[in-house]
Design a binder for this molecule. Structure first.
Ligand SMILES: Cc1cc2nc3c(=O)[nH]c(=O)nc-3n(C[C@H](O)[C@H](O)[C@H](O)COP(=O)(O)O)c2cc1C
Length: 384
């Protein structure tokens, strides 16, 4: 987009040029101011992991199987004692007001109609209670379908009292699982956001945590490290995860897992599942593409343990590959923000429908009638 082009407000219809889910990524720069777009689209450091998240998908191919009867096909599956109609979840994405004035409320409306599990971020620009009310209201009314599952993503707060308060608020609001993110204990700047002069707008506030007391910064003495002795002092450790498990009966999933031994330890501690993720390339730059970690992690935790996946998913084919490599379900990050910017709830609902149809198309052509068939599909590595 050149400088003279006017930014568009979110549309109340689906633009004709959206043919596939990824098209929302192409259109979003017309709807999101350039600095905010750079913040959302960017990774960390030199964006190596961000790029790897996408390119790593290309080395896998799906060999079609012929003449299979898939007329009874479906995408249903069970996870944590709940039957989901499809494996496409909405990842926790902070500050959605950057993309739409109604922010997470639009995303939640889309999740509701598309029966998608939405994972609300601690750093949402809307209160976790207001977001939950979208589906709670549906529970109250006389509707045929049950409300969709909603989960809450928790960041450990500097004080345990604040963390506990968030946890209790999430439980009271009706969230049925907690996804605790542990891979971003220190903020890593995105060079593209810095170069685009991004600053968080004043009206874009992390309302869920704004009232918690901010502890005084620890004074760093000469010779001490700003990182080790400063920022990392507040970072959670295994002991905090142990403590969190003792504070709730809700299932706890750990997000940001890339190493098989961490996955095994998390399972042994009693967590309900993991999300294989590198935070969409926004944390440690140089971390492996998350799809490259998936099969090893699945092998380490066994077939029956809930493993979710995110990072770089832009199509139903990507979802197929993630499930074939061991995921039970996938989380969609940036695409949801791009879709709300273009057409609010309608855009996110449409993006989810496109992804689901792309997945079903891929399943049908690969001869898979259900997600177990997909899990049993051996992908082929492309010759280099
Ligand atoms: C703008 C932005 C904000 C994010 N905020 C959070 C967050 O608050 N909590 C979290 O656990 N992950 C957060 N993530 C990471 C996503 O949950 C997810 O791991 C990642 O976006 C997946 O990669 P994808 O964008 O390629 O789908 C954020 C990602 C983006 C792009």
């Amino acid at each position: 987009m050149n400088e003279t082009q006017q930014l568009l407000s979110a549309l109340s219809y689906i633009p004709a040029d959206i043919q596939c889910a990824q098209d929302y990524e192409l259109l979003a720069p017309r709807f999101i101011p350039a600095p905010s777009f750079a913040y959302i689209a960017g990774g960390s450091g030199q964006d190596q992991t961000l790029a790897a998240n996408r390119t790593a998908f290309y080395k896998w191919s799906v060999c079609p199987r012929l003449l299979c009867d898939v007329t009874q096909g479906h995408t249903r599956f069970n996870l944590l004692n709940h039957e989901f109609s499809h494996p496409i979840f909405l990842a926790p994405v902070a500050y959605q007001k950057l993309a739409h004035p109604q922010a997470e409320l639009e995303t939640a409306r889309a999740a509701e109609v598309m029966e998608a599990c939405m994972i609300t971020s601690t750093l949402a620009s809307t209160s976790l209670e207001d977001i939950a009310a979208i589906s709670n209201n549906r529970n109250d009314s006389n509707v045929i379908n049950k409300a969709s599952e909603k989960w809450f993503q928790l960041y450990f707060q500097p004080s345990r009292a604040a963390t506990l308060d968030l946890l209790n608020r999430a439980q009271a609001a009706g969230y049925s699982a907690i996804v605790v993110t542990v891979d971003a204990s220190i903020r890593t700047p995105s060079m593209s956001a810095v170069r685009a002069h991004f600053h968080m707008p004043d009206d874009c506030v992390a309302v869920n945590v704004q009232h918690y007391e901010i502890p005084e910064a620890h004074a760093i003495s000469a010779g001490q490290s700003r990182i080790f002795n400063g920022a990392m002092r507040e970072a959670p450790t295994w002991a905090d995860l142990e403590w969190l498990l003792s504070q709730t009966s809700l299932p706890i999933l750990v997000k940001g897992v890339l190493h098989p031994q961490d996955a095994q330890k998390i399972r042994a501690m009693g967590c309900a599942g993991i999300v294989v993720s590198n935070h969409g390339g926004r944390s440690l730059d140089g971390a492996p593409a998350s799809i490259d970690c998936l099969a090893k992690i699945r092998a380490a935790v066994g077939d029956d343990y809930p493993v979710l996946f995110d990072g770089g998913i832009r199509s139903g084919l990507d979802i197929f590959k993630a499930i074939a490599l061991g995921a039970d379900a996938v989380l969609i990050g940036r695409l949801q923000v791009y879709a709300i910017s273009v057409a609010g709830a309608l855009g996110v609902a449409h993006m989810l429908r496109l992804l689901r149809e792309e997945l079903e198309l891929c399943m049908a052509l690969a001869g898979c009638a259900n997600l177990s068939d997909v899990r049993n599909t051996e992908l082929e590595l492309q010759p280099r």
